[in-house]
Write a protein that binds this ligand. Structure first.
Ligand code: ATP
Length: 283
């Protein structure tokens, strides 16, 4: 079975509080995008399932999120044998785009179909929680408000049709380090989450775009922050209605109503960066 696994971007990312258990309560408007990995899921050749990808540095065995999802499905549904998963990666790794979670979600969907288990998307999302907090959103897709650690989902009105340019600069940012740097009481700038939701309801793309923000942008190291801001400025300069960092970065995206402007932005960013993608909202 062949499937595609869509990446996500954060239209907003806010941190509401630090919990007793050490995790943070988040509030994020998430959007699935058409930038996607391609997965082939087949019954395992050997006694144990393998995950192989075209990126040599990704784990191949039970540390691959796709294999973790297969194991979680077997345990929760009590159905299904070992599977081999072959992954063509297009979503950059450690980029704030939930690439691994997208692969995990695709495997859950494949196992559900292959076994005829007939679990609902909500049932699959619940299984996905065991694999990672972005997996439930990746199962449901579309546009959603994600709360708690990201697993509490409320579907939202769809993002109006638009062109999305994503640029991943060539460094990675440690998510635990970023959380460590956030002092929830000292967050100065926050996204207008309610305003973004109202703009989605009104089908107002520009209204969504100008209210986007990611609170992690405030706690980046100075030189990282400068580079993220340069990419945002280039996107806006090329006509983006708004630009923001996705997840814990370093990917930055811009929303465009004009395809020509989005293509120009891609061309300009490709002069400096290798990982630049033009995509669209995925429903
Ligand atoms: P998020 O946005 O959810 O924080 P991310 O985009 O920052 O995710 P991923 O690309 O999902 O990060 O990968 C994170 C880690 O997961 C990497 O260390 C990678 O080695 C590991 N990993 C395991 N399986 C996969 C997979 N199938 N695809 C990508 N990464 C995987």
């Amino acid at each position: 079975m062949e499937l595609s696994a869509n990446a996500k971007i954060n239209l907003t990312l806010d941190i509401l509080r630090r919990r007793e258990d050490g995790y943070h309560d988040l509030q994020m408007v998430m959007q699935a995008v058409t930038l996607a990995d391609t997965l082939t899921v087949t019954p395992a050749q050997g006694a144990e399932g393998q995950a192989v990808s075209d990126l040599h540095f990704l784990p191949t065995g039970d540390k691959n999120l796709a294999q973790m999802a297969a194991a979680a499905f077997r345990e929760a549904a009590g159905l299904g044998g070992e599977v081999d998963v072959s992954i063509q990666k297009h979503i950059p790794v450690c980029a704030g785009l939930a690439g691994g979670s997208a692969d995990a979600a695709a495997v859950l969907i494949a196992m559900n179909r292959l076994t005829g288990a007939g679990l609902s998307p909500a049932g699959l999302a619940k299984i996905g929680e065991r694999v990672g907090s972005d997996v439930p959103f990746c199962v449901l897709g579309g546009t959603a408000l994600a709360e708690g650690r990201g697993e509490l989902l409320t579907p939202l009105s769809s993002l109006p049709p638009c062109h999305i340019v994503i640029c991943k600069p060539p460094f990675s940012i440690s998510t635990p380090q970023l959380f460590g740097r956030v002092n929830v009481r000292k967050i100065v700038r926050r996204p207008d989450t309610a305003g973004v939701i109202a703009a989605l309801d009104a089908g107002d793309l520009a209204g969504v775009a100008r209210r986007m923000y990611n609170v992690f942008e405030d706690v980046l190291e100075r030189r990282r922050s400068a580079e993220i801001n340069e990419i945002k400025a280039a996107l806006i300069d090329c006509g983006a209605l708004g630009a923001s960092m996705s997840g814990s970065g370093p990917s930055v995206f811009g929303l465009f109503d004009s395809r020509d402007s989005a293509q120009n932005a891609c061309a300009r960013l490709r002069e400096t960066y290798r990982d630049v993608f033009l995509c669209a909202p995925a429903r």
